[in-house]
Design a protein around this ligand. Structure first.
Ligand SMILES: Nc1ncnc2c1ncn2[C@@H]1O[C@H](COP(=O)(O)OP(=O)(O)OP(=O)(O)O)[C@@H](O)[C@H]1O
Ligand SMILES: [Mg+2]
Length: 535
């Protein structure tokens, strides 16, 4: 029989032996073999325990891209494992500024779902050191394994894994830096890297809080957007592609572009600013569309100028530009330019309609399409019918409600003696929120609320006066035009009258001459016959 002291002694030696083996294992055992050992231990375990293991590789098949599922699981586990795993690695995730902690290879963490316990392990297959590989994936075969009891197979495969992927994707979207894309001319689409779209980080500060418009209308738009972003299942149920079209229309400076930025910031979407004039034809348009990512806003600004159906602004501009260049450009150059212009404008209305609601637009899902225009009445009704452009939003001149919001944003005030005056003036005068904002923005610390409001009052007075003068000028021009028209009509009338008179005179002159001739002939006849008769 061992006494207590001996027992503690042998326990201590056993512990020391284990510690020794562990240290040897950690320090001297070849790293390459450790993974193998772990694998065999796992195999052994699997033999005895009724567990199911599902693994997700970092690279799938021949693809050079990391598997989306692997990346989603990585982000999901990062969030859930960093307080469980002991060995973590830190990195800066792509498109994100924050440091991401993720579990090291061969670490294991647990997760729980609807009361079911699961084990996630991150594994790495040992690289074959004998061969040198060009591709990273050949060298580092990483994969995640999830293990669970086989009685939960149904729940895990059908619900849990979807939950993990969705959550992972959501985390990625939340943490990423959003991008603002613009389309390149198709000449740069070839080569090693396809560059249909160029991008920069999207950092527009506009939000719906800083966008001044009638609060009720604003809330309605915000609700509409949030509703859309959460309605994946609803869209699937009713058999519609998960996209929504918004038409923003109104005069320049009323906040259309600002609203797009606010939409992107609200929903955390990327923005694709599509310049239609640099798209060659409908096929290119389709290619551009399928190269956009999900959770994005595709914007076509000034749609009335982009297509051939209208095109006032662009054409006017081109005409005046052309006039200036007229002397400098040779005829050949002009011809060449015209040919190019023609070539570059082959996007048709039907092409655009297909772009919006054709089959391709359903690929990828969760997209918002926004058109902006200053002249809604010029657009083809087919383009803006509901279903294509589901929501029409008018952004108009600054009303009192919008003014109050701007005063709060720019001057941090909710009331002032001058509010009444401004309110009354805004009812009578058309001034854009851009002008109101500009006048209310303090340009130096000395410019307080009173000073800025005073400046605004003067600006509205000036706008009113300008509008009055413009109206007067227009009325004068109209009157002059009408007078000129009336005068011209009068002159034409007079001319007609004179012509008719002349014709009448001529015809009477002719008749008289004719009748004189006839009389003479008659007389001659008579004389002749009497003469003859007299012989
Ligand atoms: N409703 C608004 N609330 C807050 N700021 C506004 C609003 N409307 C315009 N602004 C300000 O005016 C500036 C111009 O607005 P924006 O570019 O959005 O006008 P727009 O309607 O897109 O004009 P355009 O038709 O010429 O493109 C913005 O920088 C913004 O600060
Ligand atoms: Mg704009």
């Amino acid at each position: 029989m061992m006494n207590m002291g001996e027992m503690w002694g042998s326990l201590g030696s056993a512990m020391a032996a284990i510690m020794f083996i562990y240290t040897m294992y950690q320090n001297y055992f070849p790293y390459e073999l450790r993974g193998q050992i772990r694998r065999y231990t796992q195999k052994f375990k699997r033999y005895f325990y009724p567990y199911i293991h599902i693994s997700f590789s970092e690279y799938q098949g021949d693809s050079f891209q990391r598997s989306k599922a692997y990346m989603a699981i990585e982000r999901y586990l990062d969030k859930n494992s960093s307080n469980q795993a002991r060995r973590l690695k830190a990195s800066v995730a792509q498109d994100s500024e924050s440091i991401v902690l993720s579990m090291q290879d061969h670490e294991e963490v647990t997760d729980e779902f609807q009361g079911i316990k699961l084990w996630w392990a991150s594994n790495q297959d040992m690289p074959n050191r004998q061969s040198i590989s060009f591709y990273p994936r050949e060298d580092e075969k990483r994969y995640f394994t999830v293990s669970f009891h086989k009685k939960h197979r149904e729940v895990i495969t059908k619900t849990y894994l979807k939950h993990v992927l969705d959550q992972g994707k959501e985390i990625t979207v939340k943490e990423r830096r959003r991008k603002l894309y613009t389309n390149n001319k198709s000449e740069s689409w070839v080569g090693y890297r396809r560059t249909m779209w160029s991008h920069i980080t999207f950092e527009h500060p506009a939000t719906f809080d800083t966008l001044a418009m009638e609060p009720k209308k604003k809330q309605e738009i915000v609700d509409d957007l949030i509703n859309f972003s959460k309605a994946k299942d609803y869209y699937a149920k009713v058999g519609k592609a998960w996209k929504r079209g918004y038409l923003l229309y109104g005069p320049p400076g009323t906040g259309k572009s600002t609203m797009i930025a606010a939409m992107a910031n609200l929903l955390n979407y990327d923005v694709y600013d599509l310049e239609l004039t640099s798209v060659k034809d409908n096929t290119e348009l389709r290619k551009l569309l399928i190269d956009t990512s999900s959770k994005s806003i595709i914007v076509i600004e000034d749609i009335d100028c982009s297509l051939d159906l209208t095109g006032q602004r662009e054409k006017k501009k081109e005409k005046s530009d052309e006039k200036e260049k007229d002397d400098k450009e040779s005829i050949e150059e002009k011809m060449k330019k015209r040919m190019e212009d023609k070539k570059s404008s082959e996007v048709t209305l039907s092409g655009l309609l297909n772009f919006i609601d054709g089959l391709w637009s359903a690929c990828g899902g969760e997209r918002i399409i926004v058109f902006t225009t200053n002249y809604v009445e010029k657009l083809d009704p087919a383009l803006i019918r509901r279903g294509r452009m589901d929501k029409h939003i008018e952004l108009s001149y600054c009303g009192f409600e919008a003014f109050k919001e701007l005063a709060k944003i720019y001057l941090n005030i909710e009331s002032h003696d001058l509010f009444g005056t401004v309110g009354k003036m805004l009812e009578e005068t058309k001034i854009t929120p851009a002008d109101v904002a500009e006048n209310m923005m303090p340009k130096s610390p000395r410019e307080d609320a009173e000073y800025c409001l005073d400046r605004l009052v003067k600006a509205i007075e000036k706008a009113k006066e300008d509008a009055r003068l413009k109206a007067e000028e227009e009325a004068k021009a109209k009157k002059e035009e009408e007078e000129a028209k009336a005068k011209k009509e009068e002159e034409e009338e007079e001319e007609k009258r004179l012509k008719a008179e002349k014709e009448k005179l001529e015809s009477t002159g002719d008749n008289e001459a004719k009748s004189t001739d006839e009389n003479k002939t008659e007389e001659a006849k008579e004389n002749g016959s009497s003469g003859h008769g007299g012989i």
